[in-house]
Design a protein around this ligand. Structure first.
Ligand SMILES: *[C@@H]1O[C@H](CO)[C@@H](O)[C@H](O)[C@H]1NC(C)=O
Length: 794
């Protein structure tokens, strides 16, 4: 690949090489995108209270189908699958959705085009029956809403398919909808024998010969476009009820396809515009957004050509970065594209409780500030999401893992997301583990989980992303020439979709230097607030400081550890020491040392102190957490006499020093014991991957069974990475590690792939006894790391 991005001279000034040597953030690129991953399809700019767009659809076969209108990605809609198949950040993507209830095979795609007046975009929505012998009649609804100041007006009273608008941040713009193909439904449903309403004529639509078009323009309060579905369906229902009123109480009623329409009403000061297109059978329509007052729509062939470029680019970059065998190629491309398509822009307030403490968290009667949960200032976050349907928001612990594949594929996006998260680290060094920003995000979270507490942490996985940016190789940017497509810049376009995705070593260093102070604050916050107690319990390990305890545990859960219901010492005590947190702190210290050394100069002194802390953490892993009796690393607590005791629950927890590669020379026996535990079929080994809790444990599979047996892919990734690390070199131990590595890799890949083929989804976790996918789906957060496992990029 060549290093410079293609581009026509016209666009060069816009995306040209950024100024070097200054630490100011680069200008925003990729303003528009599918940054509403909680929806099946919705485009928005990365701007607060700006323009929000979205797609909804419902069947036209019966009147009840309105109540099953699809909008937010939801397990209860019964889609057989939905996934982005191609996705290039800031440039575009293609998504396919299978909706068997409505016999609809839907494709949503879009491209973003750079231009002198700002970014333009065009989206294409097309559908066809899944079963061509059965009816497939559907209403597709596209909406555009101004969420803050601004307006949208009809361009021409005779056409609801073209509007102009204006917002303070985007300036003037034009939106056009064009139907490319489709058929207008006939009034022929045998179950609904009445004559169609007079107002309806199947023979023609004055707006389109391909679809029966209706519309509504509705005023909604500022900040509530996210509730567009309710507002639009209200209009649809009202209009249908008015029509049906003339048919009397008991019917017979006419074909729903002739009645289910928006009312064609335009209210004054409308901020939400919806257009409904009723189709029978295959269809295709395009929506285009162009900056400027009198801009023309992006032509259909140009959009087709631009989409081809986006697809070719994703294929080329993916194949180059994550080569895999043919059997798994489509699978790994899709799950990774859906991870990228799961990246969202969120903005709004969140709830923080500065006064809350559990009894056992409080050692020096910390003064409480604040009184119960309070709303913070609005913040913005660009983040990948664990699951578009179930967890469509930012999760700290997941994010570090998300960024590992992203950092290899599109380093600049990984850096942008990392920077966005690091920007949330407050003056104290704290960042909330779950980012529920704004009302839309809050509407998806039960009240008891909405509040974040400033003395609670989460595994510091963001430093994994720091490590990835330090280590992942530059790939170079693709040009159209590289793709063999340089003659194909679409007519009527300024340029092909294009952005620079790679980061040079210098750019990486500049970014990491900018992030360093906040990362250091974050590190210091962990060391200050999550400290474990040594002296009060007479503990005398080699390091007198390095011992840690998660705050915020309940008697049954340690949500802050990320492994919610994993068994821990009982009852909760101030004398507890948590193995996983000490391991994370060793990892954090090591990565900060590497970062400081990389930055060099004045940072070298810091590197020295990180190394000292790392040494202390490593010593204390052995001094405080190794059980000779169990041949395993364990949590610690204190007994009734306040004496140090080890509490061993074999499972993922046991593996942390191994997984984070904290064991080295001299630790061979412990490494071997860990590998034996992993490979033991009575303990953690299953044909589907490593189980979270030992099968021999009395709590295996018990209770809510979240982290008490089920298999998690990101943990298996860490085990594989470590096994591969320990397999380098000669000797029996290396050979053993290599053998187990090969077996485990095969098992994990096989099971996730087979479940994908069987169910249409990747899952949050997999049953330890049957291998079946469990809980949320699609879960293309860390489960999509199978792509890294397939291509052996650890
Ligand atoms: C859905 O449509 C896409 C694009 O036309 C096609 O490639 C795919 O095979 C279809 N899938 C099914 C199950 O009909």
């Amino acid at each position: 690949m060549t290093h410079l991005s293609l581009l026509l001279p016209l666009v060069l000034p816009l995306v040209g090489v950024q100024a070097q040597g200054n630490d100011a953030p680069p200008p925003p690129t990729g303003l528009w995108g599918a940054y509403r991953p909680n929806l099946y399809f919705g485009l928005r700019p990365k701007l607060p209270q700006s323009l929000l767009t979205g797609l909804m659809w419902c069947g036209l076969e019966d009147y009840q189908s309105i109540s099953k209108t699809r909008h937010e990605a939801s397990d209860s809609d019964g889609l057989a699958s939905y996934t982005w198949t191609h996705f290039v950040p800031g440039e575009g993507g293609v998504q396919t959705l299978l909706d068997p209830v409505n016999n609809l095979n839907l494709t949503t795609s879009y491209v973003v085009l750079p231009g002198e007046g700002g970014e333009a975009w065009a989206a294409r929505i097309s559908g066809q029956p899944i079963d061509a012998d059965k009816r497939s009649r559907n209403a597709l609804l596209w909406y555009t809403g101004v969420d803050g100041y601004g307006q949208i007006t009809l361009e021409d009273d005779d056409s609801p398919l073209s509007w102009t608008g204006k917002t303070p941040d985007l300036g003037p713009f034009t939106i056009n909808i064009r139907t490319n193909k489709g058929s207008i439904p006939e009034a022929d449903h045998p179950g609904f024998p009445a004559q169609p309403p007079e107002s309806w004529s199947s023979a023609s639509s004055s707006f389109s010969s391909h679809a029966d078009v209706s519309y509504a323009a509705i005023p909604v309060p500022v900040g509530s476009i996210w509730q567009a579905k309710e507002a639009i369906l209200q209009q649809l229902l009202k209009s249908a009820q008015e029509t049906l009123a003339s048919y009397g109480q008991g019917g017979p009623f006419p074909d729903p396809a002739t009645v289910l329409h928006l009312p064609d009403d335009v209210y004054t000061s409308a901020s939400l515009w919806a257009v409904q297109l009723n189709f029978d059978g295959p269809f295709e329509f395009d929506i285009s957004f162009t900056p400027g007052k009198e801009s023309t729509a992006i032509a259909a062939p140009a959009l087709t050509a631009a989409l081809d470029i986006v697809k070719a680019k994703y294929e080329a970059v993916f194949t180059d970065v994550f080569p895999t065998d043919e059997l798994h190629a489509t699978f790994s491309k899709e799950i990774t594209a859906n991870l990228l398509g799961g990246v969202g822009y969120f903005h709004g307030t969140s709830l923080v409780d500065r006064s809350f403490r559990y009894d056992w968290d409080e050692e020096e009667a910390a003064p409480s500030s604040g009184e119960g949960p309070e709303l913070t200032e609005p913040r913005a976050l660009l983040t990948a999401t664990p699951s578009r349907s179930f967890f469509p928001r930012g999760f700290y612990w997941d994010e570090g893992f998300h960024l590992l594949p992203i950092a290899r594929l599109f380093p600049s996006l990984a850096a942008e997301i990392l920077e966005s998260w690091v920007g949330l680290i407050d003056e104290d060094g704290w960042v909330g583990r779950e980012q529920i920003l704004g009302e839309e995000a809050r509407s998806r979270v039960p009240a008891e989980f909405q509040v974040q507490v400033p003395n609670y942490g989460n595994p510091p996985t963001l430093v994994m992303a720091v490590q990835a940016l330090l280590q992942a190789p530059s790939t170079g940017d693709l040009s159209l020439e590289d793709l063999g497509m340089d003659g194909q810049v679409p007519m009527g376009m300024d340029a092909a979709p294009s952005r620079e995705h790679d980061l040079s070593p210098e750019e990486r260093t500049t970014i990491l230097r900018r992030l360093y102070p906040a990362l250091k604050r974050h590190y210091d916050w962990f060391r200050r607030t999550q400290r474990g107690l040594l002296r009060p319990y007479g503990r005398r390990p080699r390091s007198r400081t390095e011992a840690y305890r998660w705050r915020g545990r309940s008697p049954t859960h340690v949500l802050t550890s990320g492994m919610d219901d994993y068994p821990r010492p009982h009852p909760p005590s101030q004398g507890e020491l948590h193995l996983d947190l000490l391991s994370w702190m060793a990892f954090f210290s090591r990565t900060m040392a590497e970062l400081a050394e990389h930055l060099g100069g004045a940072y070298e002194d810091d590197a020295e102190s990180y190394r000292m802390v790392l040494r202390g953490c490593l010593d204390n892993l052995h001094d405080l957490h190794w059980s000779e009796e169990d041949e395993a690393f364990c949590d610690a607590s204190v007994d009734e006499e306040d004496e140090h005791v080890l509490v061993c629950h074999k499972g993922y927890l046991t593996l942390f020093p191994f997984m984070l590669e904290l064991l080295g020379e001299g630790d061979e026996a412990k490494i071997e014991a860990t590998i034996d535990l992993i490979r033991d079929e009575r303990e953690l080994w299953t044909p589907f991957g490593i189980a979270s809790l030992s099968k021999s444990h009395s709590l295996f599979g018990q209770g809510e069974n979240y982290w008490r047996g089920p298999i998690w892919v990101q943990m298996n990734f860490m085990v594989l990475k470590a096994l591969r690390g320990y397999s380098q070199g000669e000797g029996e131990l290396a050979q053993k590690a290599a053998k187990v590595y090969g077996e485990l890799r095969t098992n994990v890949v096989k099971n996730v792939f087979e479940e994908y083929t069987r169910t249409g989804y990747v899952w949050e976790q997999y049953d330890a006894l049957t291998g079946e996918g469990k809980r949320s789906h699609p879960f293309t957060g860390w489960t999509s790391m199978v792509t890294l496992i397939l291509s052996e990029k650890y």
